[in-house]
Design a protein around this ligand. Sequence first.
Ligand SMILES: [Zn+2]
Length: 434
Amino acid sequence: MATEVEVEVEIVKPHTDKREYRRIVLKNSLEVLLISDPDTDKSAASMNVGVGYSSDPVGLEGLAHFLEHMLFYASEKYPMEGSYSKYILENGGQYNACTSYEHTNYHFEVNSDCFEEALDRFAQFFLGPLLSADATMREIKAVDSENEKNLLSDGWRMPQLQKHLSDEKHPYHKFGTGNWETLEVQPKAKGLDTRHELIKFYEENYSANLMHLVIYAKENLNAIQSIVEHKFQEIRSNNRDYISFPGQPCTSKHLQILVKAVPIEQGHKLRIVWPITPSILHYKEGPCYYLSHLIGHEGEGSLFSILKSLGWAISLYANEEGWNREFSFFKVTIDLTDDGHEHMKDVVALLFKYIHLLQESGVRKWIFDELASICETNFHYQDKISPIYYAIQIASNMQLYPPKDWLVQSSMPSKFNPSIIHSVINQLSPTNAR
Ligand SMILES: [Zn+2]
């Protein structure tokens, strides 16, 4: 079977966007979005693999993240260690990767005249990484020191605390980064060979049908397509399915809890978190857009303006976070003053009073319409972002949206459905909160 070009799929793009887009599916089932931008100086690629730390084997927490590190090391074709990163840095580029709950994303950008060679090195991650024994030890140490660094950051500590206070049987509970203890000491004690498990994990999960690739280049679409076919169609596919874990990470025993934690940074933050129905299931109805807009509003009569006038809050954000198709959280974060900290219970009471008001007053169409038109304008007149971030943003979400919405994603709510919005408001109850 040759590469399929799905001409019939029209990808919705911003009115102001002159770039060209094409979706192709290679013979190994790898789905690719090609972006041609003749004006660009930098070219970029982002590969999203549909597996993350939720798939770490029991007793080997951090394995998916550790594998992400190992792929950078060396490949059969380029066995010299660090050859990929060196090439990119020497040619005006940058690179990184990120392991999340159910995805691992690899990405780079480089001067456009060096793109093809950089891409060839990048493709080896998925074709023939070396995963050598001596690199294994050193890279476990690198993961361990990354974790040591994370321990000094509230941005890592607080989410991990939230995971820890959830159902132990649910993969959300896992420790995704890993360290020396989870990748070396504990496996050894159980007679597990970390490198052997690493290779097994790679072979089972790095399958072309679970990958999505975005290529952003200066050449025309036909030229980009032939480069991509040449470099990526030999990635193996074992046609396995995405692993999803049904069920909620928070049971009744993990709700209605109050957790006090001493932060590293100065100041007081109050976070109220509710498990909710994931918005991705209703992304055209955008229930969380509506709620974030109202709860996070800063104008006259808003919750924030009251907290501010009482001298209790410095800022307030409301948004959906940590979502996937199975579960999601809505979160209100309030930066409190010292006085606000003293009145923490009153702050919480005012928040619930406001939510109660939203429940009682019903969903307003004019508010939704106003929001929808702001979102539409923002989408169609967005500024160009750098190729690497643009590629990451699209590749990370290709699995979640139909091709038509690969660029739009959840950014343009357009269907007013008060009952969907109302059902999420009702989930923001005191009994459902953490
Ligand atoms: Zn890392």
